[in-house]
Design a protein around this ligand. Structure first.
Ligand code: ADP
Length: 226
C-alpha cells in the first residue's frame, strides 16, 4: 500500500523538479510557475500520505521502535538543519541550552528526530510576521530527560489546548488556514513519544507563544535491535 501510493507521487515530484532544472529545455514564466505548483502540491500530498501511513501503523500496533543509546543533542541539531532556509526566511533565531549532564538516552533516533522536526516546524510555521526566537532546552531530571521547545509565535487559546493532539485537528485561531498543514503532526508526535513511555505537554499564552515539552525515560527496559 505504502509503495503503491508513494511511487507514482515520487515520479510526479521528481519529474517536476527535473523540468524546473530546465535540463529538458527552457521554460517560460508561466510554465515555471505551474511546475512550482505541481512540486509544492506533490510534496504536500506526500507529507499527508506519510503521516496517514504512520498513524495507521501506530494505531494498528505495528510501529516498532528501533531503540539505540544516543545523544539527543546531536539529533536535535540534525532536526534544526532539516528546517533549512525557512529559518532565515521567517527571521527566526534558534537558541539552545543543552544540559551537559544529559548524556546518551535510549530512543529511536529517527522517530525522535521526526517529533522534534514536527515541533520545530510548527514553532516556525506559527511564528509572527516579524520573526521570533525558538528556545530549545534539554535537562536531565532524575531518570528522565526533559526537552522543551518554546516559541514567541501566535500562541494557542486556552480552550483549544485540549484538542491539539487529536488527529486532523487544526485549531482555528482566525488565521490558521493560511498556515497550511494537515493537523496530524502533533497526533503522531504524541503517539511516538508515548510509545517510548514518555509524555508531551503544552503550555501557551495566546498571542505570546507556546512551549511544547517532551518527557522521556532515560532507559528503555526492552532494547530492540532492529
Ligand atoms: P498542522 O501543523 O499540520 O496543522 P499539527 O498537529 O502539527 O498540525 O498542529 C495542530 C494545530 O496546533 C495547528 O494547526 C496549530 O493550530 C496548533 N499549533 C501547533 N503548534 C503550534 C505552535 N507552536 N504555536 C501555535 N499553534 C500551534
Amino acid at each position: 500500500m505504502s509503495h503503491e501510493l508513494r511511487t507514482p507521487l515520487n515520479a510526479v515530484i521528481g519529474f517536476s523538479e527535473l523540468l524546473k532544472m530546465k535540463g529538458p529545455g527552457d521554460l517560460n514564466e508561466k510554465q515555471e510557475r505551474y511546475i512550482d505548483n505541481i512540486t509544492i502540491s506533490g510534496r504536500h500530498l506526500l507529507d499527508l500520505i506519510n503521516n496517514i501511513l504512520d498513524l495507521t501503523k501506530i494505531e494498528a500496533g505495528k510501529m516498532d521502535l528501533a531503540i539505540q543509546n544516543v545523544n539527543i543533542g546531536g539529533i536535535i541539531n540534525e532536526a534544526i538543519i532539516l528546517l533549512g532556509e525557512k529559518l532565515t526566511k521567517q527571521k527566526i533565531v534558534i537558541k539552545k541550552e543543552f544540559d551537559s549532564q544529559l548524556d546518551k538516552i535510549d530512543i529511536d533516533p529517527l522517530r525522535f528526530k521526526q517529533v522534534v522536526f514536527n515541533l520545530l516546524s510548527n514553532a516556525v510555521k506559527f511564528s509572527k510576521e516579524e520573526g521570533g526566537i525558538i528556545l530549545i532546552i534539554t535537562k536531565k531530571e532524575g531518570e528522565w530527560a526533559r526537552i522543551s521547545i518554546s516559541d514567541t509565535g501566535i500562541g494557542i487559546k486556552e480552550n483549544d489546548i485540549g484538542r491539539l493532539f487529536t488527529k486532523f485537528q487544526q485549531v482555528d485561531s482566525g488565521t490558521t488556514r493560511k498556515y497550511g498543514g494537515t493537523g496530524l503532526g502533533l497526533a503522531i508526535s504524541k503517539q511516538l513519544i508515548e510509545l517510548h513511555g514518555g509524555k508531551i505537554l503544552v503550555e501557551s499564552k495566546f498571542g505570546e507563544g507556546a512551549t511544547f515539552t517532551i518527557l522521556l525515560p532515560l532507559r528503555q527496559k526492552m532494547m530492540r535491535t532492529t
